[in-house]
Design a protein around this ligand. Structure first.
Ligand SMILES: Nc1ncnc2c1ncn2[C@@H]1O[C@H](COP(=O)(O)OP(=O)(O)OP(=O)(O)O)[C@@H](O)[C@H]1O
Ligand SMILES: [Mg+2]
Length: 68
C-alpha cells in the first residue's frame, strides 16, 4: 500500500539524540493541557528547553494522534 512520503511506523518526529532529563511535572501539565485544548503555547527564555520538552511530549502522546 502506498504511504505518504516521510511516513514511518514510529512516526515522523525528529529522533531524540540525547537523553532527556527531568521536567516530569511540566510534561504532566502539558499533557493535561493538550487533552483539553487544540493549541498549547509554551513560552520561556531562549535555550531554557521549550523545543526539547515539547518534542519529548510529542513522542509520549504520538500514538493518541494516529493521523499525525
Ligand atoms: N530536559 C532536558 N534534558 C536534556 N537536554 C535538554 C533538556 N532541555 C533542554 N535540553 C537541551 O538544551 C538545549 C536547549 O534546549 P532547547 O533547544 O529545547 O531550548 P529552547 O527553549 O527551545 O531554545 P530557543 O528559545 O532558542 O528555541 C538543547 O541542546 C536541548 O537538547
Ligand atoms: Mg526552541
Amino acid at each position: 500500500m502506498a504511504t505518504p512520503s516521510g511516513w514511518r511506523r514510529e512516526g515522523n518526529l525528529p529522533a531524540e539524540l540525547t537523553s532527556f532529563v527531568g521536567r516530569t511535572r511540566l510534561l504532566a501539565n502539558l499533557k493535561r493541557h493538550l487533552a483539553e485544548s487544540r493549541l498549547v503555547t509554551v513560552t520561556g527564555i531562549g535555550g531554557v528547553g521549550k523545543s526539547r520538552t515539547v518534542l519529548r511530549l510529542a513522542h509520549q502522546v504520538r500514538t493518541q494522534y494516529p493521523d499525525g
